[in-house]
Write a protein that binds this ligand. Structure first.
Ligand SMILES: [Zn+2]
Length: 545
């Protein structure tokens, strides 16, 4: 008699990718009690199949570990992708079109307190500038309007919105942000970086039931793409008192099927003890877990807010500047490192990247090499001499290739940094080759949460319409196996949970997805519309097409 456990669920197909980077094989995965009990070929699975086992055959579909999106601002993303909460402006080609869309939304949503427009790409408008308050007032003046640029670094508000939040010409610039004024010192209605926060508190504070609806809707969408875990990084960009508590309550009630790994505000190290922070973010009995800290050091290249070693090519005398006082970030990072808590820092410019690596290096000198899973977010411009330092210091680069597709489309980055530094952009292949653990994520809602856009970007580095088939710096392309590994094992490792997630291996949590195509054998365009047919989290089916 065999002593092996009888599986509750067995998923089989011609293409099983375990997440370890090897090619897919014919076989499957057996699941019992929420865990993977076997993964291998049909012969290997046979003893685990009993009379009550639910065996499913998926033919040429791809069975792989649940996708782990390491970098999201999930709470705000859920709201900004809810068409009853805000208007998406990503495809608008003129300011007039933006305002016509905003006016139509205002009419169909008479009870919305704020008229919110998101993902505006002003660079593709006829006049490529974010609008002033006066310009918006011409269209809508009786209700508050708040527009966000696609990368969330520039914002516009109308006069009604400015009055509602009480900003005046005397309001000082917040740290890391600018309230733009005209030559007379009057408000223009344009706000950069942290100055947008003057509005966010009110804009992203809907009634709780409304927020829950957006959270549930978005979690359902995530699992329909095969995502089973997300990193939720500071800031939440919403002013609900504690969105994580809401996720946890919903999760316990079976209404929120994702695992969430929280990375909360690094600057809390200044006002709270480690025990207090742990207690604040402790949600027992849920899959919402606190994992560490996150902060920013700079902005983005396209609007010159990324902190560079040398001047921008299209803005002599301007090398950007840090969004936060670097000394402030350094002190907080050292404290977190002393506590042994994983810390993630947003660094886009090559000077920021170097600065953050220096801080982690200093921490290693002071407190020793302790294997803490620190990460650096975005890493969009890395000088060659800094590349090997990620692996040496054990810092996982967390990359978002869809951002690259955006910059590739309008050549905003090429223009901003010039050809030599553009060639150092999103060096995913170089980082992998240096031995670094690369993790993939979306930065949702800066872009959508759809993982295949990121996979496509990393593997092909070409525009979705196929107009640059030779690719953008194609030497930095990675293979499909590498991209999927980075989105599963790479993310799990970056977040220190690779002992229980990230690969199809015996003893791990049964987080599995079955994608609608074998990504190893399809055309680039087909990658983009690949979705999940079945998503399993902790052994439970959480999505079925
Ligand atoms: Zn982010």
């Amino acid at each position: 008699m065999s002593q092996v456990v009888q599986a509750e669920l067995v998923l089989k197909s011609d293409a099983v990718f375990t997440g370890d980077g090897l090619s897919p094989f014919r076989g499957g995965v057996a699941i019992a009690d929420g865990k993977i009990v076997a993964c291998g070929d049909d012969l290997h699975l046979a003893p685990f199949i009993g009379p009550d086992t639910d065996v499913r055959e998926f033919g040429d579909r791809l069975i792989m570990p649940g996708i782990i999106d390491s970098h999201t601002h999930f709470a705000q993303g859920a709201m900004t992708t809810d068409p009853d909460f805000c208007v998406n402006l990503i495809d608008c080609t003129s300011f007039e079109q933006v305002m016509e869309r905003m006016r139509a939304f205002a009419e169909s949503h008479p009870d919305n307190e704020w008229l919110v427009g998101v993902q505006a790409i002003q660079f593709q408008w006829e006049v490529p500038e974010m609008p002033s308050a006066k310009m918006i007032d011409v269209y809508i003046s009786d209700r508050p309007v708040f527009l966000s640029q696609v990368d969330m670094h520039t914002f516009s508000a109308n006069t009604c919105a400015i009055e509602k939040v009480g900003v005046t010409r005397d309001t000082p610039d917040p740290v890391g942000g600018k309230i733009l004024k005209d030559e007379n010192g009057d408000l223009t209605g344009i706000f950069s970086n942290n100055a947008g926060a003057l509005f966010m508190d009110q804009v992203y504070n809907p009634p709780l039931e409304r927020a829950k609806e957006s959270f549930a809707k978005t979690a359902r969408r995530a699992v329909s793409y095969g995502i089973t875990s997300v990193g939720a990084v500071n800031p939440t960009f919403v002013s609900l008192e504690d969105p994580y508590r809401v996720f946890a309550d919903m999760n316990r009630a079976g209404e929120f099927p994702l695992r969430v790994f929280m990375y909360t505000d690094l600057f809390e190290v200044e006002t709270m003890t480690l025990d207090e922070i742990r207690a604040k973010y402790d949600f027992p009995g849920s899959t919402i877990e606190w994992n560490g800290f996150k902060q920013f050091i700079d902005g983005v290249c396209s609007d010159h807010t990324a902190w560079m070693l040398d001047d921008y090519s299209n803005a002599p005398g301007n090398a950007g500047e840090p969004a936060e006082d670097p000394e402030h970030v350094r002190t907080a990072m050292l404290k977190a490192c002393e506590w042994g808590v994983p810390t993630r820092i947003h660094a886009i410019g090559d000077r920021s990247v170097r600065y953050v690596l220096d801080c982690f290096e200093e921490a290693e000198r002071l407190y020793g090499k302790r294997g803490i899973r620190h990460c650096m977010e975005h890493d969009e411009t890395v000088q060659p001499e800094d590349l090997p330092r990620f692996a040496q210091l054990g810092i996982s680069p967390c990359m978002q290739p869809w951002h690259m597709l955006l910059d590739m489309g309008d050549l905003a980055k090429d223009d901003a940094v010039g050809p030599d530094r553009a060639a150092l952009s999103w060096p995913i292949r170089s980082l992998l080759a240096s031995g670094a653990n690369v993790s993939l994520g979306s930065d949702f809602p800066v872009v959508g949460i759809e993982p295949m856009e990121e996979v496509y970007g990393a593997v092909y580095r070409m525009l979705e319409d196929g107009s640059n088939p030779e690719g953008w710096f194609p030497e930095e392309r990675i293979t499909m196996a590498e991209a999927l590994r980075a989105y599963t094992y790479g993310s799990a490792y970056a977040m220190g949970v690779e002992d229980r997630l990230g690969t199809l291996a015996v003893g791990k949590e049964a987080d599995v997805c079955v994608l609608s195509r074998n990504l190893f054998e399809c055309e680039p365009a087909e990658v983009l519309d690949t979705v999940s047919e079945l998503t399993v989290s902790g052994g439970k089916i959480v999505y079925e097409a």
